[in-house]
Write a protein that binds this ligand. Structure first.
Ligand SMILES: *[C@@H]1O[C@H](CO)[C@@H](O)[C@H](O)[C@H]1NC(C)=O
Ligand SMILES: *[C@@H]1O[C@H](CO)[C@@H](O)[C@H](O)[C@H]1NC(C)=O
Length: 278
């Protein structure tokens, strides 16, 4: 599962009302707000939440909410609305003026899906691209490689890093070549890495195992996504990972804040607040 998302922010004026922001989202399960509920897929954001609380005591039976929703909801950016899933029957008419979420759990990157130029030609100018996270440190990878003793797997992290270096220079190139474009590079890898290695200073107690485990006899043991029959940890705010693949809301919140207001160590050349005001 790749941790990448691309978010297109567009300012649109409707009926002389205040400036509104339309947020178009592309990516995988980290930003899927329900598209997979409408297709044949095991990776559903419906009753298998991807880590984000919807206010319920455990959030187990609620929809997953993602980093993009948190960005959407950020009080500091009150102009955002939540972008609805593209495949929902209600996503039509004037609803789409506030943006649409095309993300699909399990999505990957193919040359054929390179839709950036089309988006640009259709008028998208403010584009946030987050890099690939510390995928070698997700509980799935730690557990998959038994000989690691629950340590991070080095190889996936190296692959992510070399991908990220190329991604960053690609965005610089796009900024130089596509007139009026504003591609912003969000370093979720760096932020997540910091959380993992200094987890205590972020208030976490566990960064190795998922809060939601399908194997009650071995809390670190589950390679499966969370499900209604799984057991959940007592305090999810103390866990960095919700399931074997996805961060908890607590982790997403840290990343979201960095993307909104962080300095160039986390998001460059400008942060989301500056992007919106640009
Ligand atoms: C994608 O495109 C690049 C550049 O044209 C090429 O080098 C690469 O082999 C392609 N990858 C796939 C999987 O087709
Ligand atoms: C960005 O902020 C972090 C933490 O506040 C700090 O450690 C880092 O040096 C800053 N980076 C730059 C380039 O200012």
């Amino acid at each position: 599962m790749l941790i990448i998302s691309l978010s297109v922010l567009s300012n649109s004026r409707s009926y002389g009302a205040e400036e509104e922001i339309a947020n178009f989202v592309f990516g995988d399960s980290n930003v899927d707000v329900g598209n997979n509920d409408y297709i044949v897929s095991l990776a559903k954001a419906n009753n298998v939440p991807y880590g984000i609380d919807y206010g319920g005591p455990t959030g187990r039976f609620t929809n997953g909410r993602t980093i993009v929703d948190i960005l959407d909801l950020a009080q500091t950016l009150g102009k955002f609305g939540q972008s609805p899933p593209y495949l929902a029957p209600t996503t039509k008419g004037s609803v789409i003026l506030k943006g649409v979420n095309y993300a699909s759990g399990g999505a990957g990157i193919l040359n054929e899906t390179g839709s950036v130029f089309r988006l640009y030609n259709m008028g998208a100018k403010k584009i946030l691209v987050t890099n690939v996270g510390v995928i070698g440190c997700i509980p799935y990878e730690r557990k998959l490689n038994l000989c690691l003793g629950n340590q991070c797997a080095a190889n996936p992290n190296q692959l992510a890093q070399s991908y990220n270096v190329k991604l960053k220079s690609l965005l610089t190139e796009l900024n130089n070549n596509l007139k009026g474009s504003n591609f912003v590079y969000g370093d979720t890898y760096g932020t997540f890495n910091e959380v993992i290695y200094h987890y205590q200073s972020y208030g976490f107690e566990n960064v190795n195992s998922p809060c939601c485990s399908n194997n009650p006899w071995d809390k670190s043991g589950s390679l499966l996504l969370c499900s209604p029959s799984a057991s959940v940890c007592c305090d999810r705010s103390k866990y960095a990972f919700w399931d074997p693949f996805h961060p908890t809301e607590a982790t997403n919140m840290i990343i979201a804040k960095r993307l909104i207001d962080g300095n160039i160590s986390y998001i460059s050349p400008i942060n989301i607040r500056q992007l919106l005001n640009s």
